[in-house]
Design a protein around this ligand. Structure first.
Ligand code: BDR
Ligand code: CA
Length: 309
């Protein structure tokens, strides 16, 4: 499967990247970066460092810098360094003598190029940061909505108020950071036929899938290069909190293991301003957004450990 990862690494993004690098079913066409957990300079550096530390060959996963600010230029970037550490990777440097360099092409230019040089429905995107790059792609190249196979996203909340947001009462981080981008992307599902599979905070916060000290111990006992990196970067959030949710891994696993999720179709409206900024209002029944509503946590945890081995 040909895939682009659009991300803001970030510890859980880094986990999704490690699991992708170690999966022979996936061919990574590009890793595109975006401002989110940390600024885009750090996000780009982190992607390069994770790939190199994991033993990624040059060209196995080329990295393209994306948006450094939200779509609406009046908005300021919002970061999440309290959770992910100042450098975004729990203040661990997985690759102190980094040799790899980012590509010269911008993220959106690369996405446009990839979609025009591949067959329709050949490429899927797993987007685990604010949706700025994806919205820019859809604005520049409206036909991208139909050319893409699937867009897997981590973002939003889809249970109409039952789950509390992680930035405000109503909003999940990625949708809060760039609500205009989230709205453009979600509206493309309804209006332009973009097929979205969404994992929102309501599922990614599933307690049985969270990492606690026991799970960290299991990860640290796996003898592999990528488990070693995971073990180091996961220490930071677990020093400050009793658990850590691997939000972004849900987006990747819904591509790799759709059978472990129960999904439901819906229409989604994203709010962009005021105290409802980033909030989703969802009507289930039909619609072009498929939302992951339940996960088999036993299999999720098994695939996580297997994937790191
Ligand atoms: C999302 O916000 C970020 O902090 C995580 O990387 C994840 O993508 C969860 O709300
Ligand atoms: Ca993320």
């Amino acid at each position: 499967m040909k895939v682009v990862l659009d991300m803001d690494p970030g510890i859980d993004d880094a986990m999704a990247l490690l699991l992708t690098l170690n999966n022979s079913r996936l061919e990574i066409l590009a890793v595109t970066t975006v401002s989110g957990n940390v600024n885009v300079d750090k996000a780009t550096l982190n992607a390069l460092k994770i790939i190199e530390a994991a033993g990624g060959r040059c060209g196995q996963a080329p990295v393209y810098r994306g948006a450094g600010r939200p779509l609406n230029k009046r908005r300021h970037p919002v970061y999440s360094e309290d959770i992910h550490g100042r450098n975004g990777l729990g203040n661990v440097d997985p690759s102190p003598r980094l040799r790899a360099k980012e590509e010269k092409t911008s993220a959106v230019d690369k996405l446009v190029e990839l979609l025009s040089s591949h067959k329709k429905k050949e490429i899927s995107i797993v987007a685990t940061g604010p949706l700025t790059n994806i919205a820019m792609l859809l604005q520049r190249e409206p036909s991208a909505a139909k050319k893409l196979n699937q867009l897997y996203i981590m973002g939003g909340i889809y249970d109409n108020g039952l789950t509390k947001g992680n930035v405000t009462k109503h909003a999940e981080f990625n949708f809060f950071c760039d609500p205009e981008a989230a709205k453009i992307v979600i509206d493309n599902a309804e209006r332009k036929g973009l097929s979205i599979i969404a994992s929102g905070l309501d599922i990614t916060s599933t307690s049985a899938c969270a990492i606690r000290n026991d799970e960290l111990g299991m990860i640290c006992s796996i003898r592999s290069k990528i488990a070693d990196i995971a073990c180091k970067i996961l220490q930071y959030p677990l020093r400050n909190y009793s658990f850590f949710n691997l939000h972004d891994v849900f987006a990747l696993f819904s591509l790799l293991y759709p059978e472990i999720f129960r999904t439901q179709r819906c229409r989604v409206r994203v709010y962009t301003s005021g105290r409802h900024r980033g909030k989703c209002v969802v009507s289930y029944g039909n619609g072009n957004v498929q939302v992951n509503r339940q996960v088999n946590s036993v299999r999720f945890n098994k695939y996580l450990l297997d994937g790191l081995a």
